[in-house]
Design a protein around this ligand. Structure first.
Ligand code: AMP
Length: 281
């Protein structure tokens, strides 16, 4: 396995891979890897001849006062995990090279970021769309794998790839959970033991709504109220949003009369957790 940190070297490597008619699978991450990330690498492995995993804590997707500096990092451990998973290249660009002085070009979507996480993180998705565009231009993948855990991010990237005619197949991979249901996240490491229990309220509220729906309750206001009450019954939880919406537009739905996305963001202590599930009527 090779570790590349320089943009030009990565581009040259990918160009050579393409000239050999080998396909490139790409998994972008911010590092501090867990089983969720590894499942994406595993998936990419099956779809391409060569797998590139990037590790880059992207400053432009963090807002002021968010956890950019505190974001957990452990490059040696990440490299070892990626090696064990059988990837070929780890790409670890430097922030100074991706965002040199006088950087001023951003990719921004008009509608999808106006919902869910984009409301409390107004510059987040322009940071995501911009860095993914840059990484696509550097890694030159044929296929890229993203987690459904970040449902809105996946929707933004799918839309951007269509709108800007990137010749890249986008794969959405299922959310990997801890045995008790907590969605795996690098940010789970911030949680105290007590807060971790409160973190279970996200998945439990998704399951509760699924069950209420099975019992015939389709009114989303009622379902959201039940979910919110469950979350608020745990200590240190503060709801950012609980939404039941159209999975394509992310616009709120009053009634579940077709497949709907339930998505939520909850602060547990200072840690912001997200989760989601598709609800079928
Ligand atoms: P991150 O390092 O948080 O930027 O995530 C990198 C990629 O891993 C994104 O495509 C995420 O959606 C995906 N991911 C994060 N957590 C999980 C999880 N629990 N299951 C599956 N994919 C995940």
């Amino acid at each position: 396995m090779e570790i590349i940190s320089i943009v030009k070297q990565m581009q040259t490597h990918s160009e050579q891979t393409r000239q050999l008619d080998h396909t490139i699978g790409f998994v972008p991450t911010m590092g501090f890897l867990h089983e969720g990330h590894l499942s994406l690498i595993h998936d990419a492995r099956k779809r391409a001849d060569e797998v590139v995993v990037s590790i880059f804590v992207n400053p432009t997707q963090f807002g002021p006062g968010e956890d950019l500096e505190a974001y957990p990092r452990d490059l040696p451990r990440d490299i070892e995990l990626i090696r064990q998973e059988g990837a070929d290249i780890v790409f670890t660009p430097k922030p100074e090279e991706l965002y040199p002085k006088n950087f001023q070009t951003f990719v921004e979507l008009e509608k999808l970021p106006a919902h869910l996480c984009g409301i409390s993180r107004p510059t987040h998705f322009r940071g995501v769309a911009t860095v993914v565009t840059k990484l696509f231009n550097i890694v030159k993948p044929h296929v890229a794998v993203f987690g459904q855990k970040d449902f809105q991010q996946l929707a933004v990237i799918r839309r951007m790839v269509q709108d800007l005619n990137f010749d890249i197949e986008i794969i959405g991979a299922p959310t990997v959970r801890e045995p008790d249901g907590l969605a795996m996240s690098s940010r789970n490491t911030y949680l105290t033991n007590e807060q971790r229990v409160s973190g279970l309220s996200l998945y439990q509220s998704l399951q509760k709504v699924q069950e209420l729906l099975k019992n015939g309750i389709k009114n989303t206001e009622e379902l959201i109220k039940a979910a919110s009450e469950l979350i608020q019954s745990y200590p240190e939880t503060q709801i950012d949003y609980v939404s039941i919406c159209d999975p394509d537009t992310l616009e709120d739905l009053p009634i579940i009369d077709r497949p709907a996305l339930m998505a939520l963001a909850v602060k547990v202590g200072k840690t912001r957790l997200i989760d989601n599930m598709i609800l079928n009527p």
